[in-house]
Design a binder for this molecule. Structure first.
Ligand SMILES: *Cc1c(COP(=O)(O)O)cnc(C)c1O
Length: 356
């Protein structure tokens, strides 16, 4: 986290039913709207990002509703799983790990399947470092009478999302991603058509109830105690993003991602994701020959590799999730990351691989 955000985090506590909090809540919400590129309502819940996913499901659907889940990895699968647990009939469209969703297949399924009420899509799949072509997918979905729900947790504030222009009904974000704030806040935009559906949907909800959250927002409050310090931090993250300017933020992430991919290739390592849809916020790299998708010239034990990077260089990288565990590692480059940081990481990876 940048120094400015850490400083905001250390502010004295305020009364969450008082005027100061109302000003904070309104300021943060208005600034969030500029980054989501929406005029719709945005609700903030104290939660991990997964809370935003569950909130979307329980507010928008009723038992037995049919939804289409478009998944390219762990987070897409999680969204489908949440739907299933709440009794939705989930039609699953899964694409191979490391690739993006195929527009033609989405088109096909949407015209073939009957009574689909909503589409669940991950914009940027953090587990594989793949970004779906949200604008193109949105234009296909627009032709159907369905709610479009986008998990944009690891893209918003780093990769452009035009929620209104692209017709996204519900957009999900989490404070620990591009916003440069600590974990703890789930942010959710809700379009007018989504509100119509919320009114009619019958899955049980209390904590996540959008209507209750909106009623309190109108009074400048939240229904229950908000994560005040994290909201202070988010406010400062937003100030920094808006001072830099959104186009600059997006192009900075793009440049840093390109630098990362080029340096990884220069080392002789293979990128995991199809480069045509490689993410600007996370780069997944193949680690060993067991990887079924690509062959790397190095055979490295993933656990030992990540431990050495941490112990010797103070660099924290992530391994693979689920079936990719031990097969890839991931370099995060969203938020407060510079080119120099990336070059340091590359140098450390290179030394670690040569010494193992
Ligand atoms: C981080 C993330 C989430 C939420 O994860 P939490 O651990 O619950 O905060 C959801 N979807 C994607 C794509 C993410 O990157």
């Amino acid at each position: 986290m940048p120094f400015r955000v850490r400083k905001a985090l250390s502010k004295q506590m305020i009364n969450h039913r008082g005027l100061e909090f109302t000003q904070l809540l309104f300021d943060v919400t208005e600034k969030l709207k500029r980054v989501f590129q929406t005029k719709n309502d945005i609700l903030i819940f104290p939660a991990a990002g997964t809370g935003a996913m569950e909130a979307a499901i329980v507010n928008l659907f009723s038992y037995g509703d049919r939804v289409l889940s478009v998944s390219v990895g762990t987070f897409g699968n999680r969204f489908a799983e949440i739907g299933k647990i709440f009794g939705l009939e989930v039609v699953r469209l899964q694409f191979p790990l490391g690739t993006a969703a195929d527009l033609k297949k989405i088109k096909e399924v949407l015209s073939k399947e009957k009574n689909i009420k909503g589409v669940l899509l991950t914009h940027n799949e953090t587990s594989t470092g793949v970004t779906n072509d949200l604008e193109a997918i949105a234009s296909v979905i627009k032709e159907h009478d369905v709610l479009f729900i986008v998990d944009a947790e690891s893209s918003l504030a780093a990769i452009e999302v035009k929620a209104d222009e692209w017709g996204i009904d519900v957009t999900l974000a989490g404070s620990q991603k591009g916003w440069m704030a600590p974990p703890g806040l789930a942010m959710i935009s809700v379009s007018p058509s989504a509100w119509e559906v919320v009114k009619k949907s019958t899955l049980p909800r209390y904590y996540w109830d959008f209507e209750r959250a909106k009623a309190y927002y109108e009074k400048g409050q939240t229904p229950y105690t908000p994560a005040v310090s994290t909201i202070f931090a988010l406010q400062e993250g937003l100030n920094m993003i808006l001072e830099e300017g959104l186009p600059n933020v997006f192009s900075r992430h793009k440049e840093i991602a390109e630098l990362t991919r080029n340096e990884v290739k220069k080392m002789g390592l293979k990128l995991f994701a199809d480069e045509r849809s490689a993410s600007n916020t996370v780069t997944a790299v193949c680690l060993n020959k067991e990887t079924p998708y690509n062959e790397s010239p190095y055979i490295v034990d993933a656990k030992q590799f990540l431990k050495t990077l941490k112990d010797k260089y103070g660099i924290e990288l992530a391994g693979g999730q689920g079936e990719l565990s031990g097969k890839i590692f991931r370099i995060g480059h969203l938020g407060d990351v510079t080119k120099k940081d990336i070059l340091d990481v590359i140098q450390a990876i290179s030394s670690t691989i040569q010494s193992t």
